[in-house]
Design a protein around this ligand. Structure first.
Ligand code: ADP
Ligand code: MG
Length: 690
């Protein structure tokens, strides 16, 4: 149960004056639903209004605070025209201009002859000093009502800086003092203030500084909560009654023998790590990390087969239905020669033997199954689920893993990802997991040749496509989809597909996009897999997560809009067969310096790990984990680049804490529990050893 002192910070934003039903929706989009979300919305800059100069030596396009005398009003007949107030500070004249339609209050605000202090952006318009809608305008004797320093917040639709500032001020008043959870020595060493002081200071910067002490303290809180939560889960996992999945090893041996290839060294290592953990009484929570095409699927299958062979059940969850089906087909083929069966569960009513499959999972007759999310959510009951494999798991967070592993008698988890995850993220987003890494690709794969091309050369590229297709190869053509204008982007993709159909013929070009009906999508995808469709135009990344070894060209339009890790994953869709593969990154000129550098990096590098590090540096954790789109960010106060040092401290501190005070009973321990609640690690609290 969440401690009572935290209630005020967890109350809904509508509890604040000035946030009604409508603005609440805007705030929800901006930062979240509760007071805590709002107070963790930190400024990104500070306006300095302390500069007081006269008009004669003022600087254009800067924020200025001026003391002026009102000369007169020019009130136009039509409200569509601006309302102009003339003023002077003795050194020069200026106009104070309003475009707003409600202007009745202006004569009262600016009485002719009165001394007024205004603050805002000073511009030159037609050679005349102009201030459009001053941020502040007060009589001379109330000058001190203008804050000399003002935080600047990230905004979103429907909210102004003033609204957000006011709301945050009100929210801060409700924030309680909390007991200190940071280690005493660290506090001294860093010269940090208490939580509440740091929070208030961070919102009232006199001079904005990204690496400010108070911001760093708040970041540390977040990192510590994260690391402590993970340490608790890890400790808890160790205490769980593991189960030993023991077999004669015969099934796995037969499977390996029946393969047309032998496993790579790192596949062998991963298989051994996984199997020995399955055989031990430890419960497995493991991440299998391997670049696209490194052969994760077969490793997963071996793990599943081991569990099935021991008499328990294994399930593989794929992110999309198409991928689930493809996995089903590949794995069925692998299993056929050794006489094992695997089931497929897709969306309701799709396959006529769905009910039968469900029944067989329930009775345990079927010991391996593949499906989408539905596998773990709906009416599907396992006889005895021992292993859950999650493919491309970025959207599956720490909390979900805890929930999943608590299902049944203790589910072992194997997560697979192609995103080469930088160390900082391994410590955080995946900190509860052990890692197996596939560091090499199967032999015989060739380098993928990457070239950059200006979008003006589309016709040339189409020409190159002809050669590929005559060669019997297939092509992916990716058009980006950007949230803001989905319709427009979709049109662009449709146009592109149309263009290619004109050149190559209707039947050989297919288009898939996110919002498409899944049956339609499926049928096009399977036409591509079977080779009937030669060119697949796609708007989304996920849909092309399929394995088509015959595809040897990847074309990406507007490559500059993609993240590097994303481009790398796309590129990994080709180069899966024996033939030489190519990737063409089409960009829209002009590219900035940064854009050029990024694409050049893609061209010159095939090391997914390097690329991901770079991507993390440039775009932040949310993007690399693929959560940014959904609005969720992994950290909001910490910045993994800036706070790398703090992450290390938090990591070792969390371990020490649990070693010394495993039940979190000391004064500090109790404060730390509060910290866990504050950062919504509620699921970890019941796991604290009691
Ligand atoms: P990913 O890691 O991207 O999921 P897959 O598991 O889909 O990669 O493997 C890509 C392709 O490589 C598949 O066709 C798979 O059968 C093949 N493959 C896997 N392991 C090996 C190996 N050791 N030698 C040769 N081919 C392999
Ligand atoms: Mg895969």
């Amino acid at each position: 149960m969440r401690p009572i002192v935290l209630y005020p910070v967890f109350s809904q934003l509508t509890a604040l004056d000035g946030i009604g039903f409508k603005t609440y929706a805007f705030y929800k989009k901006l930062c979240g639903e509760t007071i805590k979300d709002l107070i963790f919305h930190l400024p990104v800059n500070a306006i300095d209004r302390s500069k007081k100069v006269s008009l004669s030596n003022a600087e254009e396009n800067k924020i200025h605070t001026l003391s002026v005398k009102v000369l007169g009003h020019n009130k136009p007949a039509k409200t569509s025209r601006p309302y102009v107030i003339a003023a002077t500070d003795g050194t020069d004249t200026m106009n104070i201009t309003y475009f707003s339609t409600s202007r009745d209050y202006l004569p009262e605000l600016y009485p002719v002859g009165a001394e007024i202090v205004i603050s805002g952006l000073l511009e030159k318009y037609n050679g005349q000093w102009t201030m459009l809608h001053p941020d502040y305008a007060v009589p001379k004797n109330k000058e001190n009502e203008i804050p000399m320093h003002e935080p600047v917040y990230p905004l979103s639709y429907g909210l102004t800086g003033k609204m957000v500032r006011k709301s945050i001020e009100k929210a801060l008043v409700r924030v309680p003092e909390l007991p200190e959870w940071i280690d005493e020595h660290l506090m001294k060493q860093k010269g940090w203030s208490s939580w509440k002081d740091a929070l208030v200071n961070a919102h009232t910067p006199t001079e904005f500084c990204e690496t400010d002490k108070d911001r760093r303290r708040l970041a540390y809180d977040e990192l510590l909560a994260d690391q402590l939560g993970l340490a608790i889960i890890r400790t808890h996992n160790k205490t769980l009654n593991g189960r030993k999945f023991v077999t004669s090893g015969d099934a796995v041996e037969r499977l390996k023998k029946s393969l047309l290839f032998s496993l790579t060294e790192s596949q062998e290592t991963a298989v051994n790590e996984i199997i020995s953990e399955l055989e031990s009484d430890k419960r497995m929570s493991r991440l299998l990390q391997g670049d696209v095409g490194s052969g994760k699927t077969i490793v997963a299958l071996i793990a599943m087969l081991h569990v099935a062979d021991s008499g328990s059940q294994a399930a593989l969850m794929a992110p999309t239905e198409i991928l689930a089906k493809q996995h089903f087909e590949t794995l069925s083929k692998f299993l056929e020669p050794i006489g094992y069966e695997i089931g497929l569960i897709t969306g309701k009513g799709k396959s006529n033997n769905r009910q039968e499959t469900i029944e067989d999972i329930k009775t345990g007759k079927l010991r391996m199954v593949i499906g989408t999310h539905a596998l773990f959510q709906s009416d599907i009951v396992f006889d005895d689920l021992g292993l859950a494999v999650i493919d491309e798991q970025h959207k599956f967070g720490v909390q979900q893993r805890v929930q999943l592993s608590n299902k049944g008698k203790g589910v072992n988890i194997l997560s697979m990802t192609a995103t080469p995850i930088p160390r900082t993220l391994l410590l955080t987003a995946f900190g509860d997991m052990a890692v197996s890494r596939l560091s090499e690709k199967p032999k015989g794969r060739q380098k993928i040749e990457t070239s950059l091309m200006n979008s003006s050369r589309i016709a040339e590229i189409a020409e190159a496509l002809k050669r590929k297709i005559q060669d019997g190869s297939q092509v992916y053509w990716v058009c980006p989809l950007i949230e803001e204008s989905e319709a427009l982007d979709l049109n662009a993709a449709k146009d592109r597909a149309g263009y290619l159909k004109n050149i190559f013929g209707k039947d050989v070009v297919g288009l898939v996009y996110g919002k498409m009906k899944s049956e339609e999508k499926d049928s096009i995808m399977s036409d591509f897999v079977s080779g009937k469709i030669k060119i697949l135009v796609a708007t989304t990344v996920i849909e092309v997560g399929v394995n088509v070894p015959n595809a040897t060209l990847m074309v990406v339009e507007h490559a500059e809009r993609f993240g590097l890790a994303q481009l790398h994953q796309l590129r990994g869709r080709v180069g899966r067969g024996e033939k030489k593969s190519h990737c063409i990154l089409i960009y829209q000129a002009p590219l900035g310096i940064m854009g050029k550098a990024r694409l050049k990096m893609m061209k010159e590098n095939e090391d997914g790990f390097l690329i991901a590090e770079e991507d993390l540096r440039l775009r932040g954790a949310g993007e690399v984990l693929g959560t940014r789109q959904s609005g969720a960010r992994y950290f909001r106060l910490a910045d993994l680049e800036r706070d790398k040092d703090l992450l290390d401290i938090a990591n070792s501190d969390a371990k020490n804490i649990l070693a010394q005070d495993p039940k979190l009973e000391s004064e500090r321990g109790k404060a730390l529990k509060m910290l866990l609640y504050l950062f919504e690690k509620d699921a970890t609290v019941p796991l604290i050893r009691s």
